[in-house]
Design a binder for this molecule. Structure first.
Ligand SMILES: N[C@@H](CCC(=O)N[C@@H](CS)C(=O)NCC(=O)O)C(=O)O
Length: 221
């Protein structure tokens, strides 16, 4: 690897959090540069560092990577967290996309004007659409795909912890997922990541939302 991995994003979860999780599980050390001013963002733009003028951006192996899914796939491939063959990989990617869809809904809540009704929709979709899929996949196997830890497992843990922050009892009808969480949180890197003071970010607060709005010059209606 050429130099240390550097993450460019806000000091908050957003789209970078799944990347932090995956690097942590791969036991890759990383530094972070937090975007807190419009000027920093404009500097990244004028340096040509952001292909689509968007973050997350990750410096790794001499490259400046953008697009969350592409970054996750690169890390997963590199650190053997993307299955053993093409068929494993498509299953991992399908699970992953479903998990990203759910996490995206939660991520957007602080920017939403009708958060309460959005929250209800998230809960209903989680219980009726998403969690049953993972509950079934984990009825027996330790991991989602190919009997081996993959990026989809890491995202499932991240997503279910996020759901529990909003709906503490949401896994009560999903014992296989609950047992899976128990196993995953015993992995030493994950256990450390869940301790206070790690690089894991807290739930978004007003400062985080305000910073994003200022950096991107967003005005809510
Ligand atoms: N498809 C991109 C979307 C990235 C994205 O929407 N990033 C936001 C911050 S979380 C951004 O940079 N927005 C500024 C803009 O789109 O102009 C990804 O998944 O990385």
């Amino acid at each position: 690897m050429t130099g240390k991995v550097v993450l460019h994003y806000f000091n908050g979860r957003g789209k970078m959090e799944s990347i932090r999780w995956l690097l942590t599980v791969a036991e890759v050390e990383f530094d972070e540069v937090y975007l807190s001013t419009r000027e920093q963002y404009e500097n990244l733009l004028s340096d040509g560092a952001l292909m689509f003028q968007q973050v997350p951006m990750v410096e790794i192996d001499g490259m400046k990577l953008v697009q969350t899914r592409a970054i996750l796939n690169y890390i997963a491939e590199k650190y053997n967290l993307h299955g053993k063959d093409l068929k494993d990989r498509i299953m991992i990617n399908m699970y992953s996309e479903g998990l990203m869809d759910q996490m995206e809904m939660i991520m957007m809540l602080p920017f939403s004007s009708d958060a309460k009704s959005k929250l209800d929709t998230i809960q209903t979709k989680a219980i009726e659409r998403y969690l049953p899929v993972f509950e079934k996949a984990l009825s027996g196997p330790m991991y989602l795909v190919g009997g081996k830890l993959s990026c989809a497992d890491v995202q499932l843990l991240e997503c279910t912890l996020m759901l529990e922050e909003k709906f503490p009892a949401i896994l009560s009808e999903f014992p296989n997922i609950k047992a899976f969480q128990g196993r995953m949180t015993k992995i030493p890197a994950i256990s450390r990541f869940l301790q206070p003071g790690s690089k894991r970010k807290p739930q978004p607060d007003e400062t985080y939302v305000k910073t994003i709005m200022e950096v991107f010059k967003i005005k809510l209606p």
